[in-house]
Every structure is written in structure tokens, then in C-alpha cells.
Ligand binder design. Structure first.
Ligand SMILES: *[C@@H]1O[C@H](CO)[C@@H](O)[C@H](O)[C@H]1NC(C)=O
Ligand SMILES: *[C@@H]1O[C@H](CO)[C@@H](O)[C@H](O)[C@H]1NC(C)=O
Ligand SMILES: *[C@@H]1O[C@H](CO)[C@@H](O)[C@H](O)[C@H]1NC(C)=O
Ligand SMILES: *[C@@H]1O[C@H](CO)[C@@H](O)[C@H](O)[C@H]1NC(C)=O
Length: 449
């Protein structure tokens, strides 16, 4: 569990007691009794951080619906599916990975987990930097996600699905070094935009395409089929509603980003006193979280900097909050410009970097993360905000909003009045997504939070 030296380092940073407690925690089996004794000896900070890590927003993952899904499929020994590595930010990559995993489950196939194309750190708008003349290889799934959590969750709730961390694990299986092509179009799926229309027929469509392409009597065993990146294809409303709430939770951000977010939330709690209770998943009366999506890679359909800043500030002042957390990958210069505008409206803005000011090691670790990894820290902080404002065209924001929509009380009174100037794509008590686009509708229908 504590294999990565980096993780040990982070735990040290969270507090030496925490590290020892965690180490012992894995050795002691009577957890409740043990926890109560140990709690008395731990610092407030240690407790806060480990409570946040243990109490995920939306409660613990419930894998029952995943187990049902996997038990309902016909599994085909020797059939293997892989998908091309996606590029882009957390929301995009998570979507592509979940679509790929779900496709393999529908096919009843073994799965080679997709890798992730790393963007150009110096020119973040370049999400697919050229790899010489060669094909994209990409990073392991651990680049953004907690692989151990994925492995444990799938092994427990979908034991039928055999999976490999990457093609590296299959170096000694010559039959699968090359792959046949497969796509939703190839197998004759009817799409509404990008969304699959007829989910019930999908497994049979996949099987008949594969049998047509490679006869079951003569094909190699095992055999691999490779798909392009699959994006926004599976409608989450299909099937058991509990599946739409839980399936996406097999992928969560890597552990170091979650620990950094917990440290940041502790500092937010101490410095701004927003009544955070680390043993509850989220409380409405804490702090506003704003997503400023104006970075160099922001798609042209996102409103420009001045518009976003004006709207966000108006919403915050209308809500009479005096400070707000801002999730953004913006440059220091633009963060300062936003801060200045906010000051004029008597609003204090807090960025993740500010919450590491008294944490030299935390600051260094945050800086060592890549741009996309740092966004995971924002993501984890935003999930805990009392109310958030994001954009209807952002998968990142749909992930936050839809996860929080499962928290009790989400259907209560909303915080922001609806106005004509800023159309609202989605709103509940905890989250507001601005916009009114078709893409926003597609994301609402396909994001597994
Ligand atoms: C998942 O975890 C199990 C048990 O810890 C391990 O044996 C297995 O190799 C892991 N799977 C992958 C794909 O690494
Ligand atoms: C296609 O999707 C749109 C938007 O989600 C929806 O309004 C429309 O009814 C769908 N069309 C069909 C034929 O299902
Ligand atoms: C803020 O409140 C004022 C007055 O009620 C309203 O006119 C304005 O549209 C609100 N702004 C936003 C962004 O909701
Ligand atoms: C900000 O606060 C100061 C002092 O309380 C007050 O004089 C000023 O009018 C406020 N400005 C705005 C825009 O609310």
C-alpha cells in the first residue's frame, strides 16, 4: 500500500503521527476500537486530513449495481479489448476511460486499460504533443488515477472482468501484439450525436461484428480488438439508477493529489473558518467554489476571461459570501487580476497555491505535479464546497455537480437566483452550471460522476 516513496513523503508532511497511525492501521484488525483509542492521541490536523480521506463526498461507493451489471453479461474467454490513449484534462480522460471500461464489460471481454497522453507542459494548449514520428504511447493510468482503488473495486465488484494495467503486461502473448480495429460505427450502433441509442442491442452487435470479422473456429486465441478513444457514448440513464451514481467512482484521483487537497482544506478551515466538518461529506454552509475556465487550452466556446470573472463575482456578491475558493489552472498574472477585481467588490479569493503558503513541502509537491495533476487538487477541494459555480460545457464541472447531486439535501432551495443574463444549464442546492448548449445536454446525459 505505501509503496511509493512520494506517498510516504506526503504522509510525513501531513504529520508524522498520521503516517505511523496509518501504518499501524493496516496491521490492526479491530478497526473501530483501535480508531477510538488512537483518535485521542492524534493532532487535530492529522485527524482532519485522515477523516477527509475516509469520508468521500456522496458516501462510500456502493458496488451492488456494478456487480449486477457484470453478472448479467456473457463473458467471452480469449477476447481482449483495448482503447487508444485519450488526451486532455481530468474530465475528458476520465470519460474516455470509463467509456472504454464499459465497452469491454458490454463485450464481455478482457480489458487492457488505456494509457493517457500527457500534454505539453510548456504549451498547455498542446494536448497531443508529437511523439517523434511514432505512435502515441502515453503514461500509465496512475498518471491521473488511483490504480489501487480501481483494482480493488473492480476485483471486488466485477471479478468477471480480467484487466491489464497496460500492454506491457502482455509482452509474452504474441497473439495480441497486433490488434483488429473495432468502433461503435463498425458494429452498426445508431448514435444520437455521440450517444448510443439502443443499449439493449449493444452486446449482440459487438459479438456479431467480432464473429463476422474473425470466425470463432479459426481466430487466434486470445485475440485483441482495439478501439479509438470512446467519448460521451454511454447514456448514464440506461439501467439501474444506482449504477449511474457509482460506476464513475471506480476512477478517483491519485492519492497524492487527494492528500494535498485535504491539507489545503485544513488550511482553508483554519484561516477562513468555513465550518468544515471533515467527518461529513459536504455541508451547504461552508464556502463557495468557483471554476474559472479561461486557460490557454480552454475551448473557444467558453466565455472570455472578463465575462467569466464578471459573472462569477456577481454571483458571489449576490450570495453575500465574503470569500471564495477558485479552481483554475490560470497563470499567476491572471489570478492576480481576478483577485484585484474581487477586492474591489470586497471578496477575498483563495487559490490552491495560497493554501500551501505555510506548507513549504506541500508547495514544492504541488509545483512538482504536472498541470493536469494539479487540477485534481482543485477537483477534490471543489467537491467539498458548500456551493459551486461551473460551466455546462465542462466535464470537470459536471463531475463535481453530479457527484454532489447524490448528497442528501441537494434538492433543497438553490443559492443563486436564476437570471436571464446568465442562462443556467443545471442547478441544485450545491451546484450551478452556467450555459445553455447542446454539448451541455450531452454531458449531463453521459458523465458518470
Ligand atoms: C490487482 O490486485 C491484485 C491483488 O492485490 C494483484 O494480484 C493484481 O496483480 C492487481 N492487478 C493488476 C492488473 O495489477
Ligand atoms: C437526441 O438527443 C437529444 C438531446 O439529448 C434529445 O433531445 C433527442 O430527443 C434525442 N433524439 C432521439 C431520436 O432520441
Ligand atoms: C445579482 O443580483 C442582481 C439584483 O438582484 C441581479 O440583477 C443580477 O442579475 C444578479 N447577478 C447574477 C449573475 O445572478
Ligand atoms: C467594501 O467595504 C468597504 C468597507 O466596509 C465599504 O466602504 C465599501 O463600500 C465596500 N465596497 C463594495 C463594492 O461593497
Amino acid at each position: 500500500m505505501l509503496s511509493s516513496p512520494r506517498l510516504v513523503h506526503l504522509l510525513k508532511l501531513a504529520g508524522p503521527a498520521l503516517m505511523i497511525v496509518w501504518l499501524i492501521g493496516y496491521l490492526v484488525s479491530d478497526k473501530p476500537a483501535y480508531d477510538n483509542v488512537v483518535r485521542q492521541f492524534r493532532s487535530e490536523k492529522d485527524l482532519f486530513i485522515s477523516d477527509l480521506m475516509d469520508n468521500e463526498v456522496g458516501g462510500p461507493l456502493d458496488g451492488t449495481s456494478i456487480s449486477e451489471l457484470c453478472a448479467s453479461k456473457t463473458w467471452m474467454p480469449g477476447l481482449m479489448i483495448s482503447c487508444d490513449p485519450p488526451s486532455g484534462g481530468f474530465g475528458q480522460v476520465k470519460d474516455a476511460h470509463l467509456n472504454c471500461i464499459r465497452f469491454a464489460i458490454e463485450a464481455g471481454a478482457e480489458l487492457v486499460l488505456p494509457r493517457i497522453i500527457r500534454r505539453d507542459e510548456k504549451k498547455i494548449a498542446n494536448t497531443r504533443p508529437k511523439n517523434g514520428n511514432g505512435p502515441y504511447i502515453g503514461e500509465f493510468i496512475d498518471y491521473l488515477f488511483d490504480f489501487e482503488h480501481l483494482n480493488q473495486t473492480l476485483s471486488k465488484h466485477c471479478p468477471q472482468l480480467h484487466f491489464y494495467r497496460s500492454m506491457d503486461e502482455l509482452w509474452d502473448v504474441p497473439q495480441v501484439q497486433s490488434a483488429r480495429k473495432i468502433s461503435l460505427q463498425d458494429i452498426g450502433v445508431i448514435l444520437n450525436g455521440s450517444v448510443i441509442q439502443d443499449m439493449a442491442s449493444l452486446p449482440e452487435q459487438i459479438k456479431s461484428y467480432i464473429d463476422r470479422t474473425e470466425s470463432p473456429e479459426t481466430r487466434p486465441f486470445p485475440i485483441r480488438f482495439k478501439a479509438d478513444v470512446i467519448s460521451s457514448a454511454f447514456p448514464t440513464a440506461y439501467g439501474n439508477p444506482d449504477l449511474s451514481k457509482n460506476f464513475g467512482r471506480i476512477l478517483r484521483p491519485r492519492k497524492d493529489a487527494r492528500i494535498l487537497a485535504a491539507i489545503a482544506l485544513y488550511n482553508l478551515h483554519k484561516q477562513y473558518n468555513p465550518n468544515l466538518d471533515s467527518r461529513q461529506d459536504l455541508q451547504h454552509a461552508t464556502f463557495p467554489g468557483l471554476h474559472l475556465r479561461t486557460e490557454a487550452d480552454a475551448a473557444p466556446q467558453f466565455p472570455p476571461f472578463d465575462n467569466q470573472v464578471t459573472t462569477l463575482l456577481e454571483l458571489v456578491t449576490n450570495s453575500s459570501a465574503e470569500f471564495a475558493f477558485v479552481a483554475t489552472g490560470e497563470t499567476e498574472e491572471r489570478r492576480r487580476a481576478f483577485t484585484k477585481r474581487a477586492k474591489a467588490a470586497n471578496v477575498t479569493l483563495v487559490f490552491k497555491q495560497d493554501l500551501m503558503l505555510d506548507e513549504p513541502e506541500g508547495r514544492e509537491l504541488l509545483e512538482q505535479l504536472t498541470w493536469d495533476q494539479r487540477a485534481l487538487v482543485d477537483y477534490e477541494i471543489m467537491k467539498r464546497a458548500g456551493f459551486t459555480v461551473g460551466l455546462g460545457e465542462s466535464r470537470f464541472d459536471w463531475n463535481i455537480a453530479l457527484r454532489r447531486s447524490a448528497v442528501p439535501g441537494a434538492d433543497g432551495e438553490v443559492r443563486f437566483p436564476t437570471t436571464n443574463e446568465s442562462p443556467i444549464q443545471y442547478q441544485d442546492r450545491y451546484s450551478t452550471l452556467l450555459g445553455s448548449s447542446e454539448k451541455g445536454q450531452t454531458l449531463q446525459a453521459t458523465v458518470w460522476p
